[in-house]
Design a protein around this ligand. Structure first.
Ligand code: GLN
Length: 447
């Protein structure tokens, strides 16, 4: 009730939630109480959670930030939501996001931009800006989120919370509205690495309904939290101190590295030479996959349908013209273009080759270190409206997050300091495949 009251008081300013339903939340809370009374409670039973509006949740509107799904009530729940329910977590509401998770500032939401709780003029980051703002403003202790090219880490960094994107395949994508399926991965945000570890224990695990879900033994992600860092080798990529990195962000990262050294870490310089190419490669591959995934929104099966049309093709056209926002349309056009005959080899295949080179860069780097450290974004949160008219400027701000998704690696953002204008800045910790527990250990010791 305290969280619901706080949401009522602050959400009108922050716009972190698209849907709040007090009656539903209270019913879930009562069920959690009953479970506790019956002696069936787990560690997180009764803990409130906000779900990013990309995870289908039975009986709840699941809009994915789009007019296209503004009337869509999910008939089933995503694997991640099912796991949370099984653990007894109580749904507080559905968090705002960029439309179909396309964006870095949350300004692409059909429901309006989310405000950064630290400074209402600043973007919260995107696409999981609602999740990050909700956790930062204490509207929820934890939130689910997804990361296709940085959408957990970058908003976590800009809002001063902790966020983890697991190794691709560790968290099932079943029931998660697809953006770019080979890059999309669910994860969580919370105040601390410890809370993230406990949540990852809930949402990770094999699910046969996602063909890329990995069949591995269950892990306890909190097992290494208290391990000392002596002997840890941290890699600093030369390319991450590039031109374009703001001075204040660079200083915060330097201080974080110094702090980890004091805790026993040893620093090694590594190189990720294809970092610059992650932007063009990602912004070919992600739109290509999106153009295929979003073809399902045709007005026939679910979601928005134009009210007047001449024939079937006219219905498709009007439905999609009305239902999608401009960034989504831009990506569908780019995606269909790079997949079309005559351009496929020049763009799509080339981008896939670069993707391999990027994964190989990480493989070489991890030969000499255990985790890689760097910034999450080149600057602290920029102002609302500052980049919304210039998509390329917006894409360039994803430079430090995209490579991780292209390689399928796990990564985190951990609060590390404040910019010259008082906005939070996160430290990025990149792990090797299945290195979540090690990353969480580093983050916990740092915190
Ligand atoms: N900013 C990136 C994009 O717009 C990443 C988004 C995401 O991770 N969902 O595609």
């Amino acid at each position: 009730t305290a969280y619901l009251d706080r949401i009522d008081a602050l959400n009108p300013q922050l716009n972190a939630f698209i849907t709040v339903d007090r009656a539903k939340t209270l019913a879930e809370a009562a069920a959690a109480d009953a479970r506790r009374a019956a002696g069936n409670a787990g560690a997180l039973t009764g803990v409130p959670i906000a779900h990013k509006d990309i995870f289908c949740q039975q009986g709840w509107k699941t809009s994915c930030g789009s007019k296209m799904l503004d009337n869509f009530i999910a008939p089933y729940s995503a694997h991640v939501v099912e796991q949370c329910q099984a653990a007894g977590l109580v749904t507080l509401g559905r968090a705002n996001m960029d439309e179909f998770a396309m964006g870095s500032s949350n300004e692409n939401s059909f429901y309006g931009a989310v405000k950064n709780p630290w400074d209402l003029h600043a973007i919260p980051g995107g696409s999981s800006g609602g999740s990050a703002a909700a956790v930062a403003a204490r509207l929820a202790p934890v939130a689910t989120a997804t990361d296709t090219g940085g959408s957990i880490r970058q908003p976590a960094s800009h809002c001063g919370v902790t966020g983890i994107k697991p190794t691709y395949g560790v968290v099932s994508r079943f029931g998660m509205v697809a953006y770019a399926s080979s890059l999309d991965q669910g994860g969580v945000m919370a105040q601390t690495a410890e809370d993230c570890a406990l949540m990852l224990n809930v949402i990770a695990g094999f699910d046969e309904r996602d063909s890329t879900s990995l069949e591995r033994a269950k892990e306890d992600y909190s097992r290494d939290l208290v391990q000392p860092l002596a002997g840890l080798r941290v890699g600093l990529p030369r390319e991450y101190c590039a031109a374009g990195l703001a001075g204040d962000v660079g200083r915060i990262i330097d201080n974080a590295v110094a702090e980890l050294k004091k805790l026993g870490a040893e620093v090694v310089e590594v190189s990720l030479p294809n970092t610059q190419l992650s932007i063009p490669a990602y912004y070919v591959i992600a739109p290509a996959e999106a153009s295929a995934n979003l073809s399902r929104f045709d007005g026939v099966r679910y979601g928005h349908r134009a009210s007047e049309y001449k024939d079937l093709v006219d219905m498709y056209e009007k439905t999609r013209a009305e239902g999608f926002g401009s960034e989504v349309k831009r990506r569908i056009m780019v995606g269909t273009y790079v997949l079309s005959h005559g351009y496929y080899d020049a763009y799509y295949i080339k981008a896939q080759k670069i993707r391999r080179l990027i994964a190989d860069d990480f493989k070489a780097a991890f030969a000499s270190c255990d985790v890689i450290l760097g910034p999450v974004a080149p600057t602290a949160a920029f102002n609302l409206g500052e980049k919304s008219g210039d998509p390329v400027q917006m894409y360039l701000s994803d430079i430090y997050t995209l490579s991780v998704n292209l390689a399928g690696l796990p990564a985190m953002s951990v609060p590390a300091g404040f910019s010259d204008n008082g906005r939070p800045v996160g430290l990025q910790i990149i792990g090797n495949y299945f290195g979540e527990a090690r990353m969480l250990n580093v983050a916990h010791q740092f915190q």
